[in-house]
Ligand binder design. Structure first.
Ligand SMILES: O=P(O)(O)OC[C@H]1O[C@](O)(CO)[C@@H](O)[C@@H]1O
Length: 251
């Protein structure tokens, strides 16, 4: 890689609860400053507590999401918004329903799109029309994926339909009790993610240790999609001690 590389700001916290509190505090601060009018949101287990804390802040009148637009990273192909395993239903359940966000300003890729190429283009156009993403929240897969950009995804990829790795489908099987995890998804591309003005990645637990080390200390390249974040000047990585255990020089 010949591009200029940056070092993400790595904060190692004692517990998953501390990671969630720090992330929620950072998001709240940016929203109050008007520096997060357009939020990029992630799903999965890691941000659940963050969303609970944000909902609590809205309920207590300390925070408002009323003027905020949101764009989720990804959605499973073939799932309707009301399918309990869909990321639209996840967002409604864990954040939107318990907050004052205007649902018309919330966006999740269309898992049922008949023409995924057009749907990807449309999603990118909607992000652009909103003024671009101010702050993108991310998790990380055990194989280093961000969004559903699996290893091998080009760094200039845009919102598109992708096949899911067998390990990703196995990791997310718990969201589909008695059913099968979809084989494909529509995800923002790595190029889309890198256009966010600020990025905050959360990683917790020992299963993420290898991916976090590869992201921070390994080669920058498509073998580890999260390593693309070292091409971005404003990335904060919030980890618990277990997820940071294999980083060469934890912060
Ligand atoms: O937080 P979890 O559940 O470990 O998921 C990590 C990442 O994997 C995904 O859930 C996709 O598998 C992403 O949306 C998420 O960022």
């Amino acid at each position: 890689m010949s591009e200029l590389l940056f070092q993400p700001r790595l904060q190692v916290l004692a517990s998953q609860e501390d990671v969630a509190r720090q992330a929620a505090a950072l998001l709240e601060a940016r929203i109050r400053q008007g520096a997060a009018r357009v939020l990029g949101l992630a799903t999965g287990r890691t941000p659940l507590r963050v969303y609970a804390l944000l909902s609590e802040a809205v309920r207590d009148g300390r925070l408002s999401l009323a003027g905020i637009s949101t764009f989720n990273l990804d959605e499973y192909a073939g799932l309707s918004p009301d399918h309990p395993g869909s990321y639209r239903s996840y967002m409604n359940r864990h954040l939107f329903a318990g907050s004052d966000v205007d649902l018309a300003r919330t966006h999740v890729p269309d898992g049922l799109a008949a023409d995924p190429v057009a749907a990807g283009r449309d999603y990118e156009a909607r992000i652009k029309a909103a003024g671009g993403i101010d702050l993108q929240l991310l998790g990380i897969g055990q194989n280093g994926h961000i969004g559903f950009n699996e290893p091998g995804s080009p760094f200039d990829s845009r919102t598109r339909m992708v096949p899911l790795a067998a390990s990703t489908r196995a990791a997310n099987a718990g969201d589909f009790p008695g059913g099968t995890v979809p084989e494909r998804a529509i995800t923002m591309g790595i190029g889309t993610i890198l256009e966010a003005r600020e990025i905050v990645l959360l990683a917790c637990g020992p299963a993420k240790a290898e991916a976090v080390a590869a992201m921070i200390d390994g080669p920058v390249g498509p073998a580890c999609p999260a390593s693309a974040l070292r091409l971005h000047p404003r990335v904060t990585v919030l980890c618990d001690a277990e997820a940071a255990a294999r980083v060469a020089r934890p912060g």
